[in-house]
Design a binder for this molecule. Structure first.
Ligand SMILES: [Zn+2]
Length: 261
């Protein structure tokens, strides 16, 4: 996809007269320009976004995360993953006990329908550090980040990009990020935004003895979860046993979200 900037008269004039030398010679140094703009967008969104961006590897992944932050900007504060202190406070709380109780009910319902198979759940809150680690290494993120990099590079290097007007440049970048639709959809949430970061969701696995029959990897969902029928069985167990979970059909049924919290 292409992000274009309207070639307004003001933009043209500004490009003609006020262009910094470094940009005029050979087109803008888009890497540096983008880093500055990205940091500025993050800073305006939330201090936690500004803090997390430098911990993301590669400009493309940073832009892709920034896109998620922009698109969730009105819910950032409410959705942002818990700190270690908040995680510690949650563990052992009545809310946590209630969640564990719901999980037991779902596991029992599942085992009744599929004797010999066990539904396994990771009971841990997914910390920001772990979310960063998976964002920095996940292949679907890498692919989407490359695609976004190409799109944003084209924007910044286009003659109509208001490189010398910080405000217009930022707005053009924001519009581009907001409108970008990756062909490779990232299978993990941008760091800080995972529903697992506030235990709003849990991921299930199907075990048979010590063998993982349907696992957590998104790449195997089509074969392990859908074709083998485990997605439907998990969905059934969740519906029968718990009013506090719904299974998501997003990329996977393996992932259930809590309701009414
Ligand atoms: Zn999940």
């Amino acid at each position: 996809m292409v992000c274009a900037v309207g070639l307004g008269v003001a933009g043209l004039l500004a490009l003609g007269v006020g262009l910094p030398l470094a940009y005029a010679a050979d087109g803008p140094n888009s890497g540096e320009l983008l880093e500055g703009l990205g940091a500025e967008v993050g800073h305006r969104l939330d201090p936690r976004v500004a803090e997390v961006l430098p911990r993301i590897d590669g400009g493309g992944r940073r832009l892709l995360a920034l896109r998620s932050y922009l698109r969730s900007s009105d819910r950032l504060a409410e959705r942002w993953s818990w700190t270690q202190e908040q995680i510690a406070a949650y563990e052992g709380s009545p809310e946590h006990r209630e969640l564990l109780g719901e999980i037991v009910k779902v596991r029992e319902a599942f085992a009744r329908e599929s004797p010999g198979y066990d539904l396994w759940v990771n009971p841990q809150v997914r910390s920001l550090d772990r979310q960063l680690e998976s964002w920095n290494t996940n292949e679907s993120v890498t692919a989407a980040a490359q695609e976004l990099s190409t799109t944003v590079d084209a924007l910044v290097n286009s003659p109509s990009f208001p490189a010398n007007d910080a405000r217009d440049a930022r707005k053009a970048l924001e519009a581009c990020l907001d409108g970008f639709r990756p062909t490779s959809i990232p299978t993990v949430a941008a760091p800080g935004l995972s529903p697992h970061g506030q235990m709003r969701a849990v991921d299930f696995q199907v075990h048979h003895g010590d063998q993982i029959v349907a696992g957590p990897r998104t790449a195997t969902i089509a074969t392990e979860w859908n074709a083998a029928g485990w997605a439907v069985k998990l969905d059934d167990a969740v519906r029968k046993a718990s009013s506090r979970f719904i299974t998501l059909d997003l990329s996977a049924r393996k992932h259930a979200t809590r309701t009414g919290r």
